[in-house]
Design a protein around this ligand. Structure first.
Ligand code: GLC
Ligand code: GLC
Length: 657
C-alpha cells in the first residue's frame, strides 16, 4: 500500500466516524432497526470502495460527497419494495449466484420479440424451453424521437419507450421473471444522454442545476487536440468526437463532446453532480426490479488529452464508486461491463487491477467471441489458443458473459502482438477477416457486410447474423445440402464453446432458429444508414413453430442449443469462478480447454474448427476411461488406436463422472 493509499484509508475511516452517528438514527427511522443495521454494515463493509474513489476523483469534496451519496443510497433503500429486499437477502447469502451453471442468457428486443412488454410474460415458456434464466432486454427506456441508435440515446431514464409499454409493465415483467427464478438485465447508457434529455436541455438553457453536465468548447482548438488521438467509432457518418451545437455556450455556439452520434451527448463525470444524478437513476431503476445493469460503453466515460480517451483509470474508479453505492441500496444487483476493448484492457473491468477492487461482476468476453470467428474463417485455432491462453485470470468473484453474436458489429480486436505470436500480421489478418465475412474473399461461406469502413486507416468491422456469417444463408440460396449441413455445424460449434467456456452464455434472439440477415431496415430511412440492423431481425414465430421438427433447419438448431443448456446445467465444472485452461492436442485446427471446479470433476471441451477430420491423442484429451463424453455433435465418438477422431466442424464435451 502506498503512503497516499494509507492516507486515503485513514480519511475514509475518519469520514465514517463522523457520519455514522448522524446517519444511524435516520437509517433506523426510514428502514426500521433490522434493515438499518444491515445498511450500516454494508456502508462499513464498502467504505473504501466508496470513499477512496470520491477522494481520488473529487479531492477535497470527498467528505461532503460521501454523505450526499450515502444518503441517495439510503433513500433508495427505504423505497426498495419488500419482494426485492427478499431477493437481496437471498443473494447476500449466495453472493456469486450469477456464477451457477444454471445461468443462461437470452438477448432480445422487446418489439422484435413480442411487440410489447405486456405480452412478454406470455413468451416465458418459450424461453424456459431453451433453459433461459437471464433475460437481457435491449434498450427499452424512453429514447429521443427519430434516430436513436437502437435506443442508446435515452431521453428519460424513468420512463419506458411508450411504443413498448409503461414502467408498470416493466415491473410486471420483472416480477414474472423472478417468479420463475429468472433475472432481468437492462441497458444503462451512462456515457451519454440524448440531447433531448432534461439534463441536456437544462444545461443548454443555462440552468445552474445542470451547469457542467456536458462539455462544450467555443472553437476547434481543444476538439482538434483531442481528436488527434481518439479513434473514431462511426467514421463514415459521425467523424470526430465533437458536434457543433449553435445553442451551446450561452447561444454563442460550441463543439459538444459526442463520442457516438451527434445527438448522443457525453456526460462530464469530472463533475460530481453528474455522478450523483446517475446514481439516482440507477437506484431508482434497480427498485423497479432490474437485477443486472449492462453498463454501456464504459471505456469512454473519462477523457484525457493525448490518449484514446478510453480505459482511463478514473473511469474504473467511477464504475467502482457507482457499483459500491448501488449495492448499498440494492445488494442483489450486479453490473455487467460492455467494454469492447483489447484483451489487456478487459480484465480490469472485472476489478482485476494490480490489487483487486470490486467493479463489475460480469463483462462480455469479447476476445473469445472475436477469436472464435477468426478461427472459423482460417480453420485454425492457434491464434485463439495463444491469445486466450495469454489472458490474465479474472477475479474469482466475477464471471464472463460468453457470446457468439450480439446486436453490434464485430470489431477485430486481435492485437498485432497476438497475431505476431502465431506468425501472422495483425493488419493483414484483420483485413482478411473483413474480406472473408463480407463475402469478398473467393472461398468464403459467409454473407456479412462491412460496417464503418474507414478509408483513411483501412479499418472496418463486420455486420451479419450468426446464421448468415456461418454460411446458412448462402447454402439455402444455392440449395446446397452439404453447405447447409456445414453451416449448421459451424453455428452449433461456436455455441458449444460459448456454453462451456465458463461464464454466462448468451443466446442472441433468432440464433436458436438460424435466422438470417434481415434487409427490412433498408426501407426505414432512420435505420437504413446503419447496417447493424441487418443482424437484428424480428422474431420469426412461424419458424419457431418448426422447432420441434428434427427434419427442419430450425428443429436441428433449436434442439442442439436446448440440449447444450440441459447438459451445461448438470455440470458443476461449468460454474463460473474458475478459469479455463487452453490445451494443445497437437492439431492446429482443434481448440480444446479444460475446466476444474473443486466440487465437481474436470471438464474438457474440444472443437475442430476445420472442415477436415482431425485425430488427437485420446489420453491427452480425457485421460480416457475416467472421462465420459457428455455431449457431442457426432455420436458415438470414434476412437481408433487411442486416437480420438474429431470429424470436421465437430465438437465434444467430456466430463469426469
Ligand atoms: C454500445 C452499444 C452500441 C451503441 C453504443 C453507444 O457500444 O452496444 O450499440 O451504439 O454503445 O451507446
Ligand atoms: C461501442 C463498442 C464498439 C462498437 C460501437 C458501435 O463503441 O465498444 O465495439 O463498434 O459501440 O457499434
Amino acid at each position: 500500500m502506498t503512503a497516499s493509499q494509507a492516507a486515503r484509508r485513514v480519511a475514509a475511516e475518519e469520514a465514517w466516524r463522523k457520519l455514522r452517528p448522524r446517519l444511524a438514527p435516520d437509517a433506523a427511522d426510514s428502514l426500521g432497526a433490522g434493515e438499518a443495521d444491515a445498511f450500516l454494515a454494508r456502508v462499513e463493509n464498502s467504505l473504501f470502495d466508496v470513499h477512496e474513489p470520491l477522494a481520488a476523483l473529487y479531492g477535497d469534496r470527498a467528505d461532503e460527497l460521501f454523505e450526499r451519496a450515502v444518503r441517495v443510497a439510503l433513500a433508495a433503500a427505504a423505497e426498495r419494495p419488500e419482494e426485492l429486499r427478499r431477493l437481496d437477502r437471498r443473494r447476500e447469502i449466495d453472493p456469486v449466484w450469477f456464477q451457477r451453471a444454471r445461468m443462461q442468457g437470452y438477448v432480445c428486443y422487446v418489439d422484435r420479440f413480442c411487440g410489447t412488454l405486456a405480452r412478454l410474460p406470455d413468451h416465458l415458456d418459450y424461453l424456459a424451453e431453451l433453459g433461459t434464466t437471464y433475460l437481457h432486454l435491449m434498450p427499452l427506456l424512453r429514447p429521443r424521437e427519430g434516430e436513436n441508435d437502437g435506443g442508446y440515446a435515452v431521453q428519460d431514464y424513468r420512463a419506458v419507450d411508450p411504443r413498448l409499454g409503461t414502467m408498470a409493465d416493466l415491473e410486471r415483467v420483472a416480477r414474472a421473471l423472478h417468479e420463475r427464478d429468472m433475472s432481468l438485465c437492462v441497458d444503462l447508457v451512462l456515457n451519454h444522454t440524448a440531447r433531448e434529455h432534461a439534463w441536456a436541455q437544462g444545461w443548454l438553457a443555462g440552468d445552474p442545476a445542470y451547469a457542467g453536465f456536458y462539455t462544450a468548447f467555443p472553437d476547434r482548438e481543444m476538439p482538434d487536440a483531442y481528436d488527434a488521438t481518439i479513434p473514431e467509432v462511426f467514421p463514415d457518418r459521425a467523424p470526430g468526437s465533437f458536434s457543433w451545437v449553435p445553442e451551446a455556450c450561452g447561444g454563442a455556439g460550441g463543439w459538444v463532446w459526442t463520442t457516438f452520434w451527434p445527438y448522443q451527448w457525453d456526460l462530464d463525470y469530472t463533475n460530481p453532480a453528474v455522478t450523483l444524478a446517475m446514481l439516482g437513476e440507477i437506484t431508482w431503476l434497480a427498485n423497479r426490479g432490474i437485477d443486472v445493469f449492462r453498463m454501456d460503453a464504459v471505456p469512454f466515460m473519462w477523457k484525457r488529452l493525448g490518449t484514446t480517451c478510453q480505459n482511463q483509470p478514473e473511469g474504473h474508479l467511477l464504475l467502482q464508486l457507482l457499483h459500491a453505492l448501488t449495492r448499498l441500496a440494492a445488494p442483489g444487483v450486479i453490473f455487467k461491463a460492455e467494454a469492447i476493448v483489447a484483451p489487456d484492457d478487459l480484465v480490469p473491468y472485472l476489478g482485476g487491477h494490480e490489487r483487486y477492487r470490486p467493479e463489475c461482476e460480469l463483462a462480455y468476453h469479447n476476445q473469445l467471441m472475436v477469436l472464435l470467428w477468426s478461427s472459423l474463417a482460417t480453420g485454425d485455432a492457434r491464434l485463439a489458443r495463444s491469445a486466450l491462453g495469454r489472458m490474465r485470470p479474472i477475479p474469482p468473484t466475477t464471471s464472463w458473459v460468453t457470446y457468439v453474436r450480439g446486436h453490434d458489429d464485430i470489431g477485430w480486436a486481435v492485437t498485432d502482438e497476438d497475431a505476431g505470436a502465431v506468425g501472422a500480421e495483425g493488419f493483414g489478418h484483420r483485413r482478411f477477416l473483413n474480406d472473408f465475412y463480407s463475402g469478398r474473399f473467393p472461398m468464403s461461406f459467409a454473407r456479412g457486410a462491412l460496417f464503418q469502413e474507414n478509408e483513411a486507416t483501412g479499418d472496418a468491422r463486420i455486420s451479419g447474423s450468426t446464421a448468415s456469417l456461418c454460411g446458412i444463408e448462402r447454402a439455402l440460396e444455392s440449395g446446397d445440402e452439404a453447405a447447409l449441413e456445414a453451416g449448421i455445424r459451424r453455428l452449433l460449434l461456436l455455441y458449444s464453446v460459448a456454453y462451456a467456456f465458463g461464464g454466462i452464455p448468451l443466446l442472441y434472439m433468432g440464433d436458436e432458429l438460424a435466422l438470417r440477415n434481415d434487409r427490412g431496415y433498408l426501407a426505414d430511412p432512420e435505420r437504413a444508414p446503419d447496417n447493424r440492423w441487418m443482424h437484428r431481425p424480428p422474431m420469426d414465430w412461424t419458424a419457431a413453430g418448426r422447432r420441434h421438427d428434427p427434419a427442419t433447419l430450425e428443429g436441428r438448431v433449436f434442439e442442439g442449443l436446448r440440449r447444450m443448456g440441459e447438459v451445461r446445467r448438470s455440470l458443476v465444472a461449468l460454474r463460473g469462478g474458475t478459469g479455463s485452461e487452453l490445451l494443445d492436442l497437437g492439431s492446429d485446427a482443434v481448440l480444446a480447454w479444460r475446466r476444474r471446479h473443486p466440487r465437481g470433476g474436470t471438464f474438457v471441451g474440444v472443437t475442430n474448427l476445420s472442415p477436415v477430420t482431425q485425430a488427437v491423442d485420446a489420453d491427452a484429451v480425457t485421460g480416457f476411461g475416467t472421462f465420459q463424453p457428455v455431449l457431442a455433435s457426432d455420436e458415438p465418438l470414434q476412437v481408433y488406436e487411442r486416437r480420438l477422431l474429431l470429424p470436421g466442424l465437430s465438437f465434444a464435451w467430456f466430463a469426469e463422472p
